[in-house]
Design a protein around this ligand. Structure first.
Ligand code: UDX
Length: 435
C-alpha cells in the first residue's frame, strides 16, 4: 500500500519506518530542513533502539522516502497519517493548530479520495473538526474519510511495540476506511494480533483513557509508597502482592519519582480538560497529576533530610532521561531536581548514557554543573550519589568501585534500583523509595 506520513517526530518516524518494514511504500513529510537532511542519510534524529537500522534498510530498498513537499506527499498515498505535534497549550488543552493546518493542506491539494488518519493523540471528536476542515477546503468531487488509529508506542521499545502490539485500534465511519485498515494491518492480524474496530470518537477516547489510567496507576503506587515509608513496609513487595492479582497486574506499579515524558503529563491534563468541556470534573485525574508533580519536591526534601545542607556539597547524578533507553528529557524529573539542587548551592556532576546532549539544551553547563563522560567520573569527590533514571548500566554498576570513589558512601535512589539489604552489607548508607 502507498502511505503518506505527515510529521517525522517520534510517532511519525517510527510508524513510517515500521509500515515500510512490513512492505508498504511510504513517503514521510518533514518541514525542518536539518532533520530532513539527517533522515535522507538514513540516520535517526532521535535515539530509539533499532530505528536507524530499519530506516537504512528501507531507504536502500526504496520503500521509504523523505520530503518537505506537501503536494508530492499528499498525491502519493491514499492513506495519510497525521503525526504532527499536539502540544499542550497554556490552558492544558491540546493545541491542534498543526492538525488543522495539515487537514487544510490535504483538502486543498488532494485530487482523489484520501483516508485521513489521526495518529497523534487528539481530544475526542477532533475527527469532526478534521472532517469539517476537509469538506470546507476540498476541491469538488474529491471524497475523504477521517479515521483514528492511535499509537501505543513506548519510547525505548517503540519498534517492538509497533511490531508486536497488544492491540491495534482503528476508529472509522465508513466501510471503505475499514477495508483499507484491514488490508494495511493484515500482516498483524494474520499473526493473531487483535484489531479492534470502533467508531472514531471511541478510538480517540481509548488513547487518552489508556494513558491516563496508566498515569493513575503510577500515582496510586507512589501514594502507597509514601505510606509504606511511614509504616515500615516495602512497596516492592506490596506491588508484587497486588500485581499477582490478574485484574491488577504488576506493570506500572513501580514507585519512584513519578511519570514524565511527552505523553503522560500532557495527556492527563488534556483528558481533564476534555471532561471539563463536557461538564464533568475528572477530579481523580486532577489528583493523579498533583500527586505526580509533588514527587519531585518530595525527593528534594528527602535529599535535604539526608544531607542536611546542600550548599558546598558535591552530588553525583546518575540518569537525566525521563526513563531508560531514550535520550528524551521532556518533563523529566531530573530537570526540576537538578535545578533545585543547583539553586540550593550544590555542585553537580551529572551523567546519563544517552541523554546528556538533549539535557544540556535544557540545563546548560555552569560553574557548579558539569556533565561527565561516564558514570564513575561523576562520582569523583562526591558527597553522595542520587539516581534519577533506572538505566540497566546503573543496575550493573561495580558497587565496590562506586563506594571507593564516593567521598561518603551515600546513595539516594529515586528508582529503587538496588536491594537495600545488599547495599547495607556493602557498607552503603542507602536510601530508596517506599522501602
Ligand atoms: C507512554 C505509553 O506507555 C505509550 O503507550 C504511549 O503511546 C506513549 O506514552 P512513554 O511515555 O514512552 O509511553 O513511556 P512509559 O514507558 O509508558 O513511561 C511513562 C512514564 O511513567 C515514565 O516517566 C516512567 O518512568 C514512568 N513510570 C512507568 C513509572 O514511574 N512507574 C512505572 O511503573 C512505569
Amino acid at each position: 500500500m502507498k502511505i503518506t506520513v505527515i510529521g517525522a517526530g517520534y510517532v511519525g518516524l517510527v510508524s513510517a519506518a515500521c509500515f515500510a518494514e512490513i512492505g508498504n511504500e511510504v513517503m514521510c513529510v518533514e518541514k525542518i530542513s536539518s532533520k530532513l537532511d539527517t533522515l535522507k542519510k538514513g540516520e535517526s534524529p532521535i535515539y530509539e533502539p533499532g530505528l536507524s537500522e530499519v530506516l537504512k534498510r528501507n531507504i536502500s530498498e526504496n520503500r521509504i522516502t523523505f520530503t518537505d513537499n506537501m503536494d508530492d506527499a499528499i498525491h502519493f498515498g491514499e492513506a495519510i497519517f497525521l503525526c504532527v505535534g499536539t502540544p499542550q497549550s497554556e490552558t492544558g488543552k491540546a493545541d491542534l493548530s498543526q492538525v488543522e493546518e495539515a487537514a487544510r493542506q490535504i483538502a486543498q491539494m488532494a485530487t482523489s479520495y484520501k483516508l485521513v488518519i489521526e495518529k497523534s493523540t487528539v481530544p475526542v471528536n477532533t475527527n469532526k473538526w478534521v472532517k469539517r476542515t476537509l469538506e470546507r477546503y476540498a476541491k469538488d468531487g474529491v471524497d475523504f474519510d477521517v479515521a483514528s488509529n492511535p499509537e501505543f508506542l513506548r519510547e525505548g521499545s517503540a519498534l517492538e511495540d509497533f511490531m508486536k502490539p497488544d492491540r491495534i485500534v482503528v476508529g472509522v465511519e465508513s466501510e471503505r476506511a475499514e477495508k483499507i485498515f484491514r488490508e494495511l494491518y493484515k500482516p498483524f492480524t494474520d499473526q493473531g494480533y487483535p484489531l479492534l474496530v470502533t467508531n472514531t470518537a471511541a478510538a480517540e477516547l481509548i488513547k487518552h483513557a489508556s494513558n491516563s489510567f496508566l498515569a493513575l496507576k503510577i500515582s496510586y503506587i507512589n501514594m502507597v509508597s509514601d505510606l509504606c515509608e511511614k509504616v515500615g513496609a516495602d512497596v516492592e513487595l506490596v506491588a508484587e502482592g497486588m500485581g499477582l492479582d490478574k485484574r491488577i497486574g504488576r506493570q506500572f506499579l513501580n514507585a519512584g519519582l513519578g511519570y514524565g515524558g511527552s505523553c503522560f503529563p500532557k495527556d492527563v491534563k488534556a483528558f481533564v480538560k476534555i471532561a471539563e468541556e463536557n461538564g464533568l470534573d475528572f477530579a481523580l485525574l486532577r489528583e493523579t497529576d498533583c500527586l505526580n508533580e509533588e514527587r519531585r519536591p518530595k525527593f528534594i526534601e528527602k535529599i535535604e533530610e539526608i544531607l542536611w545542607i546542600n550548599k558546598n556539597k558535591t552530588i553525583a547524578v546518575w540518569g537525566l532521561a525521563f526513563k531508560p533507553n531514550t535520550d528524551d528529557v521532556r518533563e523529566a524529573p531530573a530537570i526540576d531536581i537538578v535545578n533545585a539542587l543547583s539553586d540550593s548551592g550544590a555542585t553537580l556532576n551529572m551523567y546519563d548514557p544517552k541523554a546528556t546532549e538533549t539535557f544540556k539544551t535544557v540545563v546548560p553547563e555552569a560553574d557548579n554543573m558539569s556533565y561527565c563522560a561516564n558514570a564513575y567520573e561523576a562520582l569523583e569527590g562526591a558527597d553522595a550519589l542520587i539516581v534519577l533514571t533506572e538505566w540497566e548500566e546503573f543496575k550493573e554498576a561495580d558497587l565496590a568501585k562506586v563506594k571507593s570513589m564516593l567521598k561518603l558512601p551515600i546513595i539516594i535512589d529515586g528508582r529503587n534500583l538496588y536491594d537495600p539489604k545488599e547495599m547495607k552489607k556493602q557498607g552503603f548508607e542507602y536510601y530508596c523509595m517506599g522501602r
